[in-house]
Write a protein that binds this ligand. Sequence first.
Ligand code: CTP
Length: 408
Amino acid sequence: MKRIVLGVGGGIAAYKACEVLRGLTESGHDVRVVPTDAALKFVGAATFEALSGHPVDTGVFTAVHEVQHVRIGQEADLVVVVPATADLLARAAHGLADDLLTGTLLTARCPVAFFPAMHTEMWEHPATRDNVATLRSHGAVVAEPAAGRLTGVDSGKGRLADPREIVDVARLLLARGDALPRDLEGRHVVVSAGGTREPLDPVRHLGNRSSGKQGYALARVAAQRGARVTLVSAHTDALPEPAGVDLVHVSTAAQLGEAVDTAAAGADVVVMAAAVADFRPAGTSGHKIKKSDDDPDPAVELERNRDVLAGLVARRTPGQIIVGFAAETGDAEGSVLDHARAKLARKGCDLLVVNAVGEGGAFDADDNTGWLLASDGAEDRIPLGAKSELAATVWDAATRLLGGAPVR
Ligand code: CTP
């Protein structure tokens, strides 16, 4: 159990902090909520007290004998601020300490992550850009906000990231405080995620069980490390959209291949995390296929889909890094690693993430484990952990290989 401070700024998105609080306590952590006075105009202290099981104060003059404005920050394993308003970012960047939350931010020596929410004009204002840059230079994570509906009729960049995504990033920072450096700034990365569907008739398809969680974690971590991200997503409907990524929805393997190929031109890194169907029905019926007692049962004839990853490798631009995924089982021919090494050589990609089927990290699970193989012979075991931890490991390896100037 870790100690988390949940700072809450005074914006309308403060109500979403309750969902973040719920997610963090359900992950088994002890969460202390420290709102600003303005935050309590949106959500009452009673709500935060009931959900956290701790008293809620905003100022430095309550429980003075406990020196709360110093102790809360010193004892924390993680501080997350949800929502971080333009005003709060400004006060934190300049080291003001006129309430309990800003005092806590100054005394915390653990990872600190701000999740901004404000109107687009405020987010884009040079004052806010400077404050964000200052906080990042101090080592804080200032997450990318999402784009979409803002308060009232406006929409644009500045919406609070989805609470499930905030909980995921918080858990990543608890596991690895250094997981989100801004080392992908100026880079364009492409990630495919989910499972393709090949239609048989208007109501049926051939599909697979990929949830898209691993691909989404890769996209999320890349965006928070500063990359421009194109996420090509096949049937991942239940997942929260990662903040700050360009999302392209596809269905079939052919559509996925086309979208990935288009996005990959000029990209620095392409990660093929999607489960792409190797075969499609040779023909798609325009009407629902009916069963009949008179006719023989229909057989489904299949034809091969092209290998998208192989095409990327064949057309790669100099310096572009290509990452493949493989699910393997050991058999009489060799172990999981033997098969994986052979596949890495055959596919010609730079990195291959290998999941041993049946070894934890199943379809739709939140955790994953496996091996990361590199074409230079490096082999690293990836311990069982959240899919965003595996994602951070992949980006660590990809950025090491990238070096130099962005691919253009
Ligand atoms: N892939 C692809 N296009 C396909 C099939 C797979 O780009 N038509 C990509 C996947 O996104 C993944 C990698 O190739 O990155 C997986 O390779 P694949 O050879 O399909 O792996 P397995 O399904 O494990 O293959 P095999 O049945 O050959 O062991």
